[in-house]
Write a new protein. Sequence first.
Length: 104
Amino acid sequence: MNTNIDRFNVLHFAWEKRAPLKGPDMPQLINQPRGHRRAGSMLMPVLLATLVLVGCGKALLSPDDERSQFDRYDTVRNQYASQTVEDEFGRVKPNLRNRLSPKD
């Protein structure tokens, strides 16, 4: 008898609430006291809020910064292509075609 399959079945049926969580094969993860589960459930919203707030920080690179060693070269020779371009519907898109095309 394979105990891994038995543990999977216990977890699977417990998740669907078809069988009670009892027996010696029950994993230790589910057998935690209520205090640990409560602390874990309080910790998750705090971690989620922290991740969201970190994402609201200042951008790493500003649009005015040089992105490569060739930006200054292109600017001096009046060949600088802007980073973004606005299409006919007013949406801002990256200016990949002009930035990656060969210079004259």
